[in-house]
Structure formats: structure tokens, C-alpha cells
Design a protein around this ligand. Structure first.
Ligand code: AMP
Length: 281
């Protein structure tokens, strides 16, 4: 497995693969890999000849006061996991290399970022679209795989890929969960054991919401209330948002019609966790 640190070396490696007729599947990550990431590597491997994983904690998607410095890291373990998965190359550049002094060009996403996480993290998605564009140009993939756990991110990337004519197929991978239902996340490493039941209330609330919708509830406020009371039953939770929205536009729904997305962000002790559930039929 190649471990690549510079854009030039990454582009040369990608060109060599392409020249030999191989297709490339990219899995962008911020590292501290877990089974959610590994499932995306499997999906990439099923859609491309060779998989490239990027590991880069991207500073431009963090605002001041967020957890950039505290973000969990374990490069040796990540490299072992990628090697075991048969990954062709791990691309792990330095922040200074990708954002040298004088860097000033960003990819500006549109209306999809006026909802959900975009409201409390107003500069987050332009950091995401900018780094993903840069990764596309450096790793030259045919397909790129993103998790449905970050539903809004996947929607923003799909839109960017279409709007900017990237010749890349975007594939979404389903949410991988712990045995107790908590969505796997690198940020779960920050969770105190005593906050685990509170963290589990996110998916429990989503399950309750889904059950209500499936039983015929069409009042979004009633569904939001049910999810809220499930989560606020735990003292260590602080809700950022609970959205009941259209999965295409991410616009809030008042009267529910399917397909409908329930998406939420909740601070549980230190970490801010996100989760979502699509009810399609
Ligand atoms: P991150 O390292 O958190 O930036 O995530 C890298 C990629 O893994 C993103 O496309 C995420 O949506 C995806 N991902 C994170 N957690 C999960 C999960 N539990 N299940 C599936 N994909 C995930």
C-alpha cells in the first residue's frame, strides 16, 4: 500500500493507475477509522479496481471554537486497517501543503446549506466542498463514496458534482451502527461512558419518529415533539436541531409526505453528534 503525502505524488500515482486501465474509487475521511469508514472502502472496492482513502482533518470545515485540535487521530492504526482492506493508497497530506500561505479560492455551495447543520455551522460546507474538489483533482477518481450518516454533506457533494461537471460517480453508503444503535462516529471517542444512554436517545428518538410516521402521523411538529422528549429525558443533551424535511431540498415540512428525512444534531456532553433516518414508504 502506498502512503502518499503530496498532491504531485498523488496525481502521479492516480495517472499511473489510469494509464494501466484501472478505475479509482475514492473514500475521503478525517481518519480515526471505524466500521462506517471500512464499509465505504468495501463499497468503493465493489465499484472500482483500486481504492484510494484520504485521511485529512480539514481545517477549513471547522470554525473557531470547534474541535479541530481535539479531533481524535491514530494514523498507525488507520494505515493497518486500510492495508487489511487491500487499499491501494492512503493519501494523507499536511494542512500547510493543501492550504499554503496565500490560499484564497473556495467552492461556494448554495441553498442546500441553508438548513440543518449549515445553520449552526455557516462556514462548514464551503470547507467541505473546497476540500472535496481538491481531493477530486488530486486523486482523479472515477467514483467517490460518502456516508449517508452525513446526509446533508452527501446531498451537497452530489449537487456540487453535478453543478461543476466533475466526471465522477457519487455513491452513498448506509449508516453503520454500534450494537446498541448509536451511529458509529470518530467523535464517539469523546463520549463519557455515563453519557452513552443519552447518545443512544438520538437513534431511539428517530425510531419513535419513524414509527409515528409509519402509523400515519402527518404533523411534523408532533413528530418533532416526540423525538425531543425522548432526547431531553437525558440531562446531558443539548439539541442543536431536529429537522423533519424533504430529502431532496432539505426544506422543512409542516405536513409530512413521504419520502421524509428526520435529521438531528445534539450535543451529548462534549461531542456534537448527528444522526438521521429516511422514511420512504
Ligand atoms: P469523517 O471521517 O467523519 O469525515 O467521515 C468520512 C466518511 O465516512 C463520510 O462520508 C461519512 O459520512 C462516512 N461515515 C462516518 N460515519 C459513518 C457511519 N457510521 N456509517 C457510514 N458512513 C459513515
Amino acid at each position: 500500500m502506498e502512503i502518499i503525502h503530496t498532491p504531485e505524488a498523488m496525481q502521479a500515482f492516480a495517472e499511473t493507475l489510469r494509464a494501466s486501465g484501472k478505475t479509482i474509487g475514492l473514500v475521503p475521511t478525517m481518519g480515526f477509522l471505524h466500521e462506517g469508514h471500512l464499509s465505504l472502502i468495501d463499497i468503493a472496492g465493489a465499484h472500482a479496481d483500486e481504492v484510494v482513502v484520504s485521511i485529512f482533518v480539514n481545517p477549513t470545515q471547522f470554525a473557531a471554537g470547534e474541535d479541530l485540535d481535539a479531533y481524535p487521530r491514530d494514523m498507525e492504526r488507520d494505515l493497518d486497517l486500510c492495508r487489511d482492506k487491500g487499499v491501494a493508497a492512503v493519501f494523507t497530506p499536511d494542512a500547510g501543503t493543501l492550504y499554503p500561505t496565500g490560499f484564497e479560492t473556495y467552492v461556494e455551495p448554495g441553498n442546500l446549506t441553508r438548513h440543518l447543520c449549515g445553520l449552526s455551522r455557516p462556514t462548514h460546507f464551503r470547507g467541505v466542498t473546497t476540500i472535496v474538489s481538491k481531493l477530486f483533482n488530486m486523486t482523479k477518481p472515477h467514483v467517490a463514496v460518502f456516508g449517508e450518516k452525513d446526509f446533508q454533506q452527501l446531498a451537497v457533494i452530489r449537487r456540487m458534482t453535478r453543478d461543476l461537471n466533475f466526471d465522477i460517480t457519487i455513491i452513498g453508503g448506509p449508516i453503520v451502527r454500534e450494537a446498541d444503535g448509536l451511529a458509529k462516529s470518530s467523535r464517539n471517542a469523546y463520549l463519557k461512558p455515563e453519557h452513552r444512554p443519552a447518545a443512544c436517545s438520538l437513534h431511539q428518538g428517530l425510531n419513535e419518529g419513524a414509527a409515528l410516521i409509519q402509523a400515519g402521523e402527518t404533523d411534523a411538529e408532533a413528530v418533532r415533539k416526540a423525538i425531543t422528549s425522548c432526547i431531553t429525558a437525558h440531562a446531558s443533551t443539548e439539541i442543536d436541531y431536529i429537522s423533519i424535511c424533504d430529502p431532496e431540498t432539505l426544506e422543512e415540512m409542516e405536513i409530512i409526505h413521504k419520502p421524509v428525512l428526520m435529521a438531528l444534531a445534539v450535543k451529548v456532553g462534549f461531542p456534537r453528534l448527528i444522526d438521521n433516518r429516511l422514511v420512504a414508504d
